[in-house]
Design a protein around this ligand. Structure first.
Ligand code: HEC
Ligand code: HEC
Length: 236
């Protein structure tokens, strides 16, 4: 499978975005409307009578489980995240829009991501206006997590030791097949190491919902994650 290297993470900017969102509501919805037109409307409709197009309709997306619009054929990856419990909130939409594959690696949404935190805040303010009960979605109460997501670029720069990764991987291999076959559990071989690191930290920060993987990732140090990334990247 072809994977593009991920750009720097949504999650890094997340706390900052949530903070600025708290200060000013979420953002400027009027500006968000223009951004929607330019960035999203080619694939998505929103509002009354919106239909599914290339992407699912986004009316009421706040508060909704991922992958649950009737009549839309989602990717396996998105359907799986929905079953795991991924729900669209300020906190999860922000990283998804910033870099869709960082949150849902196998997503079919063919969109590079919106790197600017202010743009995202404005866009999300616009999307929220089409939620069923926007009043229930906190403005001042930031959904910001109390823990600081400490993913700094230095973490991505760590050169993992593949031999150490091989040693650590025996635990992973009880579920993830070393030959990369996908039997309900996604393959994790041959990812660009940085994508792998991003995915593991998304579990660690509980942005990705799967509880087993949250626990797995939560126990690993940054060096261990880098080592595993280096090891799995070179497995054939
Ligand atoms: C090239 C087409 C395309 C563009 C551009 C695009 N999307 Fe998507 N979007 C999709 C597809 C296809 C899916 C379904 C993804 C899947 O099943 O993995 C999707 C899914 C989503 C979802 C998940 C919806 C759900 O029901 O779970 C959200 C939220 C979303 N897009 C928001 C946006 C926003 C906001 C923009 C603009 C910044 C955008 N998308 C731009 C095609 C696109
Ligand atoms: C008990 C079974 C189990 C074990 C052990 C396990 N995983 Fe996972 N892993 C899963 C499942 C199930 C998923 C899909 C989770 C989801 O839907 O987000 C997953 C997802 C992943 C993903 C994201 C895959 C993707 O396509 O987005 C990575 C990366 C990953 N695991 C790495 C590891 C590593 C590294 C280890 C060992 C330290 C490990 N896993 C141990 C079950 C397991």
């Amino acid at each position: 499978m072809r994977r593009r290297p991920l750009r720097l993470l949504a999650t890094i900017t997340l706390a900052a975005a949530a903070q600025s969102a708290a200060a000013e509501g979420i953002g400027d919805a009027a500006r968000g409307a223009d951004l929607f037109k330019g960035q999203c409307a080619g694939c998505h409709q929103i509002g009354n009578g919106a239909a599914n197009r290339v992407g699912p309709r986004l009316t009421g997306v706040f508060g909704r489980r991922a992958g649950r619009v009737d009549g839309f054929a989602y990717s396996k990856a998105m359907a799986r995240m929905g079953s795991d419990g991924l729900t669209w909130t300020l906190e999860t939409l922000d990283p998804y829009v910033a870099n869709p594959r960082a949150l849902v690696s196998g997503t079919r949404m063919n969109y590079r991501g919106l790197p600017d935190a202010t743009d995202r805040a404005d866009l999300l303010a616009y999307l929220r206006d089409f939620s069923d009960q926007p009043g229930n979605i906190p403005e001042a109460e930031p959904t910001a997590r109390k823990t600081d997501p400490d993913l700094d670029p230095a973490i991505l720069a760590i050169q993992g030791d593949p031999d150490y990764g091989a040693y650590l991987s025996s635990e992973c291999a009880t579920c993830h097949q070393a030959d990369g076959s996908d039997q309900g559990i996604p393959s994790i071989t041959r990812w660009p190491p940085q994508d792998f690191v991003v995915a593991m930290h998304a579990y660690k920060q509980k942005l990705r919902p799967h509880p087993v993987m949250q626990m797995m990732a939560g126990r690993l140090s940054n060096d261990e994650i880098a080592a595993l990334a280096a090891y799995f990247a070179m497995l054939d």
